[in-house]
Design a protein around this ligand. Structure first.
Ligand code: AMP
Ligand code: MG
Length: 410
């Protein structure tokens, strides 16, 4: 049985980086991954401009100004934001300027309004600025031709602002991986079907589709597959025509109706992982299909227990999808040290994940274990959690008040 670290590394090695790019409009780029570096088409700022409301001046005119020795300058014009100055500032002159307004020729410094007095067409400067104070110089943030953003960048609000400022209307992004989702089990029904004795709702389909989308991929929910080899074979074959990766839940343990591994081998897949020393989630199948059309579809056979399915997705599938999406090199998971409020107990044989809430307090990160049973069938106390505390192999207890490594999943 592989350790969690070995399994995670094996999986990442199997994932191919995207090679193609597609163009999307700026409006559709949120959450996508930049496929090519973007050079800046412009200088930022585009021109010398003022960082303050005040007066554009020549430093030489005001370097000796003070309350005792005020300097009086003639105000030659007002430069509102969005307009070009119409005349240079000469010796003994100033221009009224507003934040973001272009600096007029001749001026090299801005005196902020708060240290001036206005008297008609004159301004009295009561405090000497430093030279070039409050001037944002053209190209000081980024020069035309310099890299604006690197390939692999996840596009969020700040990145959209930068792309919009650079007038990048079409954004080159990697195609999103398509992930088929299958739920195996004769006991499963959709949430609209009245339950017969022994049946349960296929909740994994909803959870896994949501996590696929949160990882930046396209979820292709393919529904429930009964525990029959024929049906499973047909469902996987269909999934292969529609997706770059397949995530199934259930049917990977050693029960009489667990056919996933057997069918994968029949279909020509290579099994790389069949079990991982993790709790919850021990039976975990990872397989690849032969390369076709430049892609080698990946198969993740997650355990059926709702908590096991989610924990194994967070720990193993989400980083793989981030890599497959082309996102930088930081594929996760994100792990932070946090002081646990409760005892964290484990068997010591397998790396154990306990769910709860991570909070930032004045004293640092704190982990609150979810109340109720911590068994892989209890999905109810998963709601409202955002983190998994990790108890390593060989440890049976991390006592309350001690620091644990906590994986952020929210
Ligand atoms: P399995 O891995 O197929 O042996 O399933 C283990 C447990 O998880 C069983 O109790 C199943 O009823 C439950 N289970 C399997 N698939 C799902 C699903 N899609 N949604 C909710 N529970 C499931
Ligand atoms: Mg089953």
């Amino acid at each position: 049985m592989l350790s969690v670290t070995e399994a995670a590394a094996t999986i990442l090695d199997l994932v191919l980086l995207p090679t193609e790019a597609e163009q999307v409009s700026l409006d559709a780029a949120l959450g996508r991954i930049l496929a090519q570096p973007i050079p800046s088409p412009l200088d930022f700022p585009h021109w010398d401009n003022s960082a303050m409301d005040g007066y554009a001046v020549r430093y030489a005119d005001v370097q000796g100004a003070s309350a005792e020795q005020p300097q009086s300058l003639t105000v030659v014009e007002t430069i509102p934001a969005g307009r070009s100055p119409t005349r240079p500032v000469g010796p003994g002159q100033a221009a009224r300027i507003l934040t973001g307004s272009m600096l007029p020729a001749g001026a090299d410094t801005v005196v902020m309004q708060e240290v001036t007095q206005r008297e008609g067409d004159r301004v009295i400067v009561l405090e000497a600025p430093t030279t070039q104070q409050f001037v944002r110089h053209r190209g000081s943030y980024c020069r035309a031709g310099d890299p604006l953003m690197a390939a692999g960048q996840l596009i969020g609000g700040p990145e959209l602002a930068v792309l919009a400022s650079a007038q990048c209307l079409q954004v080159p992004v990697f195609p999103q991986p398509r992930v088929a989702i299958l739920s195996t089990g004769d006991e499963l029904v959709g949430p609209g079907t009245p339950l017969q004795p022994g049946q349960i709702v296929d909740s994994n389909q909803y959870a896994l589709a949501a996590l696929v989308r949160q990882a930046g991929a396209i979820a292709v929910p393919l529904g429930i597959v009964p525990d029959q080899p024929q049906a499973l074979r047909a469902a996987i074959q269909t999934a292969l025509t529609q997706a770059d990766a397949i995530v199934s839940s259930g049917g990977v343990s050693v029960g009489d109706y667990d056919y996933v591994d057997e069918i994968l081998v029949e279909l020509g897949a290579t099994l790389h992982i069949r079990a991982v020393a993790v709790k919850p989630g021990k039976p975990l199948t990872v397989a690849t299909f032969p390369i076709a059309n430049g892609s080698a579809p990946l198969y993740f056979g997650l355990p059926g227990n709702p908590v096991s399915a989610l924990v194994t997705f967070w720990r193993f599938v989400a980083p793989a999808l981030r890599k497959r999406s082309g996102q930088g090199t930081d594929w996760g998971p994100m792990v932070v040290p946090a002081v646990t409020s409760h005892d964290l107990k484990a068997g010591g044989q397998r790396e154990t994940y306990l769910w709860g809430r991570l909070a930032m307090t004045a004293a640092g990160h704190r982990f609150e274990l979810a109340g109720g049973g911590h068994n892989s069938g209890n999905l109810i106390n998963l709601a409202g959690t955002n983190a998994l505390a990790v108890v390593p192999v060989g440890t049976k207890l991390i006592p309350a008040g001690e620091t644990a490594q906590v994986m952020v999943v929210g």
